[in-house]
Design a protein around this ligand. Structure first.
Ligand SMILES: [Zn+2]
Length: 392
């Protein structure tokens, strides 16, 4: 019996150790990170290549960076220098390129108009304007801009921003658009007569946009079948244009990422996740719960409710972790990579984020086994504590 004693003791010790450590855990995938470097719009870069490289070097010591999105100055040298550093470190460099807005300084694009042919408020007030999403010349201009100004800078891909129409930031006219003759024909091809939509809005007012049901995962159901048909068609029209631009960039050997509104607000700006995710390598849904400015989820939803106070069925929505999870659930089946945008920049008045908020958001994203995070929206100005909390 004595010769069995030690093996049994060893077995008992092993079992004890196993219980203490718990059951073996399935290996959770490590999150990957995309960072964005904002260097100003079409003008001389607001940071030198040396400053950008030094900053990325610092951030790389805190988290593994997979891709850097940088733009959209016209200075080629800054991209070439930063690109050399990134490629030495096996990091992809993507051009941050706006598609349907903020191109008026460099491209002669036709503007988007509302259903009455008027320019929506944001443009009239002097803010950046949006372009018509179907004018073939507008799409060709964006591609020509890439070819002429960026194709020899060493980019591995392009991150397409402003791939939408206006939101309720521009009031109802920003959402009920584009009503130009080209878009009117596209709506007709989708079975929607914009003249009827216009009449319905004039007769019913806010009630035209009332919803009969809301589910955080599947979104709003419009009570009026014409409103439902309008937004379904708008999603097809705008997203098919974006898909065409993405396909053309793929043909140039580039990877393509897309900047998207959260699923519950996406229909209002013409973003159809099912279409877009089939034409992108990755999507970055802006799941900003702490941003009290455009693209912030609560901010945009408040604007919706203020723009159409007479519309029924829009509930209070709390921007908590459960709501974040509902938005992750809504895109879980998209066939491309998913890097939700979580804001890490800080401003006491409009972006009161904290390390705890950032870490809590990462944990939710990784519970859904997504690829990682897009740290939004300018790594040059984000507090180190909001990055260090993510760990290596
Ligand atoms: Zn149009």
């Amino acid at each position: 019996m004595k010769h069995l004693f030690f093996p049994i003791l060893l077995l008992l010790a092993f079992l004890g150790l196993s219980v203490a450590c718990g059951a073996p855990k399935a290996q959770e995938p490590e999150p990957k990170y995309i960072v964005q470097v904002s260097i100003g719009h079409w003008k001389a870069p607001t940071f030198s290549a040396e400053q950008i490289i030094a900053r990325l070097d610092t951030v790389s010591r805190l988290i593994p960076i997979e891709k850097v999105i940088i733009g959209w100055s016209l200075d080629k040298e800054v991209y070439r220098k930063v690109g050399t550093y990134l490629h030495e470190n096996n990091i992809h460099m993507l051009l941050w390129l706006p598609v349907f807005a903020e191109t008026e300084d460099v491209l002669d694009n036709s503007p988007a108009v509302d259903l009455w042919g008027r320019l929506p408020a944001e443009y009239a007030a002097g803010g950046f304007r949006f372009n018509c999403p179907t004018d073939p010349q507008n799409l060709a201009n964006v591609l020509a801009l890439y070819d002429q100004c960026f194709s020899d800078c060493g980019f591995d891909g392009v991150f397409l921003d402003r791939v939408r129409t206006q939101s309720f930031v521009s009031g109802v006219g920003g959402v009920l658009n584009c009503g130009c003759p080209t878009c009117t024909a596209h709506f007709a091809a989708e079975g929607v007569d914009l003249e009827e939509v216009r009449k319905a809005w004039e007769e019913k007012g806010d009630d035209f946009l009332s919803v009969s049901n809301y589910d955080p995962v599947t979104g709003f159901e419009f009570a009026d079948p014409l409103a439902a048909a309008f937004f379904r068609a708008k999603g097809h029209i705008v997203s098919n244009s974006v898909a065409a631009v993405a396909d053309s960039l793929h043909q140039r050997g580039l990877e393509v990422g897309l900047d998207l509104y959260a699923p519950f607000m996406a229909p209002f700006v013409g973003q159809d996740y099912a279409i877009l995710s089939q034409h992108a390598d990755f999507i970055k849904p802006m799941l900003y719960r702490m941003t009290f400015a455009p693209a912030g989820m609560g901010y945009e939803y408040d604007l919706l409710r203020k723009a159409i106070p007479g519309a029924k069925g829009y509930p209070d929505i709390k921007m908590d972790v459960a709501f974040l999870e509902s938005q992750l659930e809504a895109m879980a089946d998209c066939p491309c990579a998913k890097y939700p945008g979580i804001e890490i920049n800080y401003r006491a008045d409009i972006v009161p984020t904290s390390p705890e908020y950032v870490a809590e958001s990462l944990a939710a994203v990784m519970r859904y086994h997504f690829d990682g995070l897009d740290l939004s929206w300018n790594i040059m100005e984000a507090p180190d504590a909001h990055i260090a909390c993510l760990g290596k």
